[in-house]
Design a protein around this ligand. Structure first.
Ligand code: CA
Length: 225
């Protein structure tokens, strides 16, 4: 199951693609022009784009280049031209795969599945280890020296955000935005959660092991020396 963006100006073809993909439980959005497609991708990236190259407003290779400038989303191009030079040019321009029109729904699904499988394999790691600390995003569990930490949802998110950026100073603004999903807020909220987290990690602000406050900047998670 994936979020698919279908970019196709032919209404008949577009409806058919949407129907076929929806029937296979994919979530489908669609666009009928290149500019609409670029807007859709920049607003919320789909898992994969099916891109018709014969769009009314922009040349297909041009669209591909613009898409690549804003996103790494996998793109399967659909072309009416079974022309090897053209296909090589598109693959070089950043297409992940191609389909020559007319194609069957089964063919489209097979290509999409392969592209999605490849892109998911290349997905960022879902677990990390820093010193004796291990954070597993998949299971939403964290361990310190093999002992499972009993964390609240927010504490886990905070720890995970810092652990995946170990060695970097993370600003309070970033923590608010990424962990609390707020654009502004009270520094005290973060401080309170950090102190709870420190207690669970068996450390204090004055004697830090993993969580280091960088005064006036933010927090940094490090493996203890
Ligand atoms: Ca077209």
């Amino acid at each position: 199951m994936a979020n698919v963006l279908v970019v196709e100006d032919d209404q008949f073809v577009r409806s058919a693609l949407i129907r076929e993909l929806s029937e296979r439980s994919h979530t489908v959005r669609s666009a009928s022009t290149a500019l609409d497609a670029l807007r859709e991708v920049s607003q919320s990236a789909p898992d994969v784009v099916v891109l018709d190259l014969g769009l009314p407003d922009l040349d297909g290779a041009e669209v591909l280049k613009m898409l690549r400038a804003i996103s790494d989303v996998p793109v399967v191009v659909a072309t009416a031209r079974d022309d090897e030079t053209e296909i090589v040019r598109l693959l070089n321009a950043g297409a992940d795969d191609y389909l020559v029109k007319p194609f069957s729904p089964e063919h489209l699904i097979a290509r999409l599945t392969a592209v999605l499988r490849r892109s998911r394999q290349a997905a960022p790691p879902r677990a990390c280890e820093v010193g004796g600390l291990r954070v597993d995003l998949e299971a939403r569990e964290a361990y310190l020296d093999e002992a499972r930490l009993d964390l609240t949802r927010r504490e886990f998110d905070l720890l995970a955000h810092l652990a995946f950026r170990a060695g970097q100073v993370v600003s309070r603004r970033e923590l608010l935005a990424e962990v609390w999903r707020q654009s502004y807020g009270d520094d005290q909220t973060i401080d309170v959660h950090l102190s709870w987290l420190r207690r669970k990690l068996g450390e204090t602000a004055s004697r830090p092991r993993y969580l280091h406050t960088v005064r006036g900047v933010g927090v940094k998670l490090l493996a203890p020396e």
